[in-house]
Design a protein around this ligand. Sequence first.
Ligand code: FEO
Length: 395
Amino acid sequence: MVKVVLKDGVNWVGVVDWNLRDFHGYSTKRGSSYNAYLIMDEKTALVDTVKHKFGNELVQHISELTSMEKLDYIIVNHVEMDHSSSLPMIAKLAKNAKILADQRGKDALIKHYGSDFNRVEVVKTGDEVKLGKKTLRFLEAPMLHWPDSMFTYLVEDKILMCNDAFGQHLASAGRFDDEVDNHVLMEEAIKYYANILMPFAPLITKKIQEVVQLGIPIDMIAPSHGIIWHKNPSQIINAYLDWSAGKSENKIVIVLDTMWGSTDKMARHIVDGIKSQGVEVKLLKLRASDNSEAVTEIVDAKVVLVGSPTINNQMFPTLGSFLTYVTGLKPRGKLWGFFGSYGWGGGAVRGMIEMAKKAGFEVQEPGLEVKYVPDEEDIKKCFGFGQQIAQKIKA
Ligand code: FEO
């Protein structure tokens, strides 16, 4: 492997998963990486491991720099299996290494991989491990992404190894922010935030404030997925502050599905009504776009309009899936509106409104319903629906 050096004695030894296209339902069209870092001083520490199927590649990368027997520490920043599932194999090979995790990490490792992990030594916020000239300091970061999540800060080199936080599912030959297209990088960073971390937005804001208050200087942010922020770490910190604060644009997103084209036709006239007010609008049809793409678009939108035809007195199944997904991700500060076509009894719009209200979303009522196929009168109503909601956010 071509060496990837963050700072003298600090190497990336992770793997690039070029072919990953589905990360538990999140579409990862640009692949991903599982980043692990090797810190070599008088003592040697490995921060994080990788997904099981890439364990041998991780061993190969470490072995090009040192031997597995020489590892003194393995730090487990997060137990989710994309990072830990090669750990049982790595721990066997690194037989002299102490394994460090926080208490929740230790508990989760035992639940995942059995009693061998009773050997894990527990660290907590503020604890330090001296490697020689270099020092590891730990900062617990529960729910960023799981209860066990933890950051490891390399004090003298000012590198924050923050696992899932600030990551992106992005496979690339370059490992640093100035080696990839910035537009692509930020597209993947917001998609990652939307699909992985958005439910924990208040905790993100608090954690960033905590780091600022601790006065920790940061030269590099080294997450466990995607590229390392070394040229401009403040770009991703500021973006996270905006996203987690729910900062939004004058933008409306329409997410819909359609059976015979009526709900789609409604959506297109709603788009015209919005456009007539000079407000940005994006339309995504489910089955052409997936849930993970749709939630990415709504992070910085003020309004989300959701359209569904009625099928058997229910919303269309793709909308059921979308609303289940998006309510779990808890986007904050959006106004939600609902529309759709029906043939006789209806039910989709009513069902979607109920679901949104139950999730605590702010809902614009009433929704807009059209029987069978929109006629001229209905088309005017759709245009007016779009116009009215656009005026509301412009005010
Ligand atoms: Fe990348 Fe929460 O795992």
